[in-house]
Ligand binder design. Structure first.
Ligand code: GTP
Ligand code: MG
Length: 409
């Protein structure tokens, strides 16, 4: 924690900046470099095992393998061969000869599967094919004349496979009848980055009414905590937390949501909330008010808050509050990166809507949404707007909290 404090002092900003410099930046730098094998393995990349990788217990015992070899030799001797032998190498797929082919099967590596050898009746080497989503390699190699749906996989493999000696001659003298249409992979046709949030339907009238009624349940203060050991142990009820820059309106919003003006103390001076404050709504939902980041915030709050966010099992969603007239600030981006890197679900709420005209609010919201689409990962794709003063948008936020907490009302 001492290093966090030190860095933040140098940066001269808030606990979110301190966390960013200590947690996120080092990770980004590491990820920009080629990751080591151990890092990739830890990150969940699966390496295709080679034959050397097999554990000793996978290999047959020496006596066992000798016995098996002897049996194979015996069987081979008793068979009068009518066909040419197929290759037995495990690194190569032994293609059985096609009924009309008289030559030895191809020893060329298959373009669709690089796993275990298959027989001609075994169709397991086929990739799972979804209609209209053929793998790029197959689509790219598919000849222009083969647009008919009757063009089967078997025909395709026959085309890909070098033909027999007779056919070889003819194929070397005559050019192929069809040329591949394009070598451009299909994936490139799609944009690499999300251009806009997907459409998320707002709450229905009945959902809004139910949520409104639920938030009329008795609300009470539970506990204040300055570290992880002090937070309430009860993790049976779902929890949502409110974070944001100091003076953004977190405490006022909780008061507005539960219809209790004095439940949470508010102030026009930034940095008023200094502890994590836990509130309970009708024994069904827990709400957490956080100290703000940015102006007048303290470095040590960062460690406390991030350890809470990362360890709290019943935390269903984090609401990041932003002022639309100020836009998305650097400190907001830092906290979002932190949540993204921890895989924590968050949703952006724009506060103090009453201070802007409708047009200005819409423009500010669109700007923030564009930033979120560009940079965030775990952000719920619906930005809400509220005013604790006029009570606008509170029911929409209540309904969103009910949904995120999976409460059945
Ligand atoms: N006009 C208007 N003012 C608001 C609104 N919400 C909060 N405020 C005012 O903003 C100031 C800060 O509100 P708080 O709720 O204390 O803000 P906070 O985010 O909890 O601040 P810290 O505890 O310091 O982090 C107060 O003066 C509130 O009256 C709102 O929706 N509209
Ligand atoms: Mg507060």
């Amino acid at each position: 924690m001492s290093s966090i404090t030190g860095t933040a002092r140098k940066a001269g900003s808030s606990w979110s900046a301190a966390l960013y410099h200590n947690y996120i930046q080092p990770i980004s730098i590491q990820l920009n470099q080629a990751p080591s094998r151990s890092l990739r393995t830890r990150a969940g990349f699966r390496r295709i095992p080679s034959s050397q990788d097999r554990a000793p217990y996978d290999r047959p015992a020496l006596s066992e393998s000798t016995e098996v070899t002897a049996q194979i030799d015996k069987a081979k001797a008793s068979i009068t061969r009518t066909e040419q032998p197929t290759t037995t190498s495990h690194s190569v797929i032994a293609k059985a000869p096609t009924p009309n082919s008289t030559t030895a099967p191809s020893t060329r590596r298959s373009t669709v599967h690089q796993g275990f050898p298959t027989t001609k009746h075994d169709r397991s080497d086929r990739p799972i094919r979804i209609e209209g989503l053929a793998p790029p390699s197959l689509k790219a190699n598919r000849p222009a004349t083969s647009k008919s749906p009757a063009f089967t996989d078997q025909q395709q493999q026959q085309q890909e496979r070098p033909s027999g000696s007779k056919n070889n001659k003819s194929s070397s003298s005559t050019p192929p009848t069809s040329k591949p249409t394009s070598t451009k992979p299909v994936a490139e046709k799609f944009p690499k980055k999300l251009q806009a949030f997907p459409f998320v339907p707002g709450a229905t009238t009945s959902e809004l009414t139910k949520a409104h009624k639920f938030f009329l349940s008795p609300a009470e203060f539970v506990k204040s905590a300055t570290n992880l050991s002090m937070i309430p142990e009860n993790t049976m009820i779902p929890e949502v937390a409110f974070v944001g820059r100091s003076n953004i309106g977190k405490s006022s919003l909780i008061n507005g949501l539960v219809n209790r003006n004095g439940l949470v103390k508010t102030s026009s001076k930034p940095g008023h909330t200094r502890m994590m404050n836990f509130f309970k709504l009708g024994d069904k939902l827990s709400l957490v008010d956080m100290p703000g980041y940015g102006w007048k915030s303290r470095d040590e709050w960062g460690g406390m808050i991030i350890s809470y966010l990362q360890n709290r099992k019943n935390l269903r969603r984090i609401y990041i509050l932003m002022d639309p007239s100020h836009g998305l600030k650097e400190s907001d981006a830092q906290i979002m990166k932190l949540l993204d890197s921890s895989g924590l679900s968050y949703q952006v709420v724009l506060t103090k809507m009453d201070r802007l005209s409708k047009t200005k609010y819409s423009a500010a919201k669109a700007e923030i949404e564009a930033e979120l689409v560009k940079g965030s990962i775990c952000c719920f794709p619906l930005v809400l707007g509220v005013s604790s003063k006029t009570k606008d948008g509170l029911d929409e936020l209540r309904a969103a909290i009910v949904k995120a907490s999976q409460l059945t009302l």
